[in-house]
Design a protein around this ligand. Sequence first.
Ligand code: HEC
Length: 483
Amino acid sequence: MRIILIDELPHMHRRETSGFCKFVLASAVLCILPSLAAGKEPTAPGRITWDEDIAAVMQRHCIDCHRPGQAAPFSLLRHRDAARRADFLVQAVESGHMPPWLPEAGEHAFVGERRLSPAELELLREWAETGAPSGDKGGEALPVPEVASEWILGEPDIVLEMEEAFEIPAANRDIYRAFVLPFDARQLPHGAVAAARIPGSDFVGVAAAEVRPGNRTAVHHALVFVDSTGKARKLADADPDYGYERFGDPGFEPSGFLAAYTPGSSPKQWPPGIADTLDLNGDVVIHIHYSPTGKPETDRTRVGLHLSREPVRRVTAPIRLGTFDIEIPPGKTHHRVTDRFRLPADVFVLAVTPHMHYLGRSVRVRALPREGRDSSLLLDIQRWNFNWQDRYHFVEPVFLAAGTVIEAEWIFDNSANNPANPHDPPRHVSFGPNSSDEMAEVHLDCIPLDLGDYPVLSESMEDAMRDAVRRLTPAQRKRYGFE
Ligand code: HEC
């Protein structure tokens, strides 16, 4: 694990810290991304029609994905497309399957939450029950949303494109593949590098990374990492085809995490002065999950990087919770594993990324303050779905004081009742990177309040990692390659 120290920045001084915090909070509230477009709450009682009520609900919550060329299997732009499956739409929303959004509503809001209000769901229900009428305008189709630019965040500083098109077979199975993107730091605009450089290092600050899938139907999710170890290249060289096959993790310990993409997700940006790190001598690696469409497809995905425009004042530091001690007996419906980490320093938590595979059922992350104050729920996912993994950015960074214990709890369902269970009949599942194995991880992107605390955090993380390995049995250590 690698954490960049910026405590030697010549222009920074410890005393700036508290001012900076106010700045972080203020700018986070003001600048972190387009929050939910606040649509008008529907009120009209009486007859519910497409024209008057339902088109607006579809527009707000569904057509980002349910329109031609996007990831969802059918369009919801037209009255007749929605009306003929009205009950199915209600069912998908009632069950929580749609719109796809894993975290429960909680005390800390996330950027870009997708959720219907109870009133909107009620409208949809009533509309379906009364025969899904079109309305006075005859069921006008919604306009296809205009896309101002190909890149939502504007023209990136550099676009990294897959070197060749990957041929996705028609095979009826999901494919997990990683690609080293051609990246040459010399192609970055010189001024942009100078502005974003972390002094005294070969790293630059990345304020945002935007993923443009080459094939919107087949690309189901993608994660963008930085590899400073050269391992990804070796894995790619060893694979006869373009890229390398890999499930679970990317196959190396990333020195940076730049973006997560799922269909319909908007790219997220850090507040000014905060950045992820990119090693100018490293590789940018994209790990893509392709879902089959029933016919052969090709994909050439691109990643646009936006370097930090402001001097980098804080880089995101990872806090990882996780356990390798995962042994799930077949048939068990609630197999619980946990991990805890005591914060050695005051931090702001900016984002949280959970990870499990197909047996995952729920994941919860709690902050337990030191002195009898109430615990706070940072993340609560009750219906885990491997297909909709994301990095969740808090609308307001969450402050946690030194001494706070962060506790994560993952629950797995290894019964035949779990429709995602890759084994039929269920069998014993252990920790590992393959789709048939499991993982239990939570990654928090933090910034320490005090610049001097970067090494304190990273040392604590390394200790926690060593402890996690120490807790394994010799047989487990051997099996997972820790010896
Ligand atoms: C972020 C993208 C996205 C949004 C927003 C979205 N959908 Fe979907 N929807 C999908 C994808 C992808 C699938 C197919 C894969 C799946 O079922 O998970 C799907 C599938 C469905 C299905 C079929 C489910 C099944 O069991 O086969 C229904 C019904 C549906 N969506 C309704 C809706 C409705 C209604 C809304 C708005 C309230 C909505 N969706 C919003 C992406 C989206």
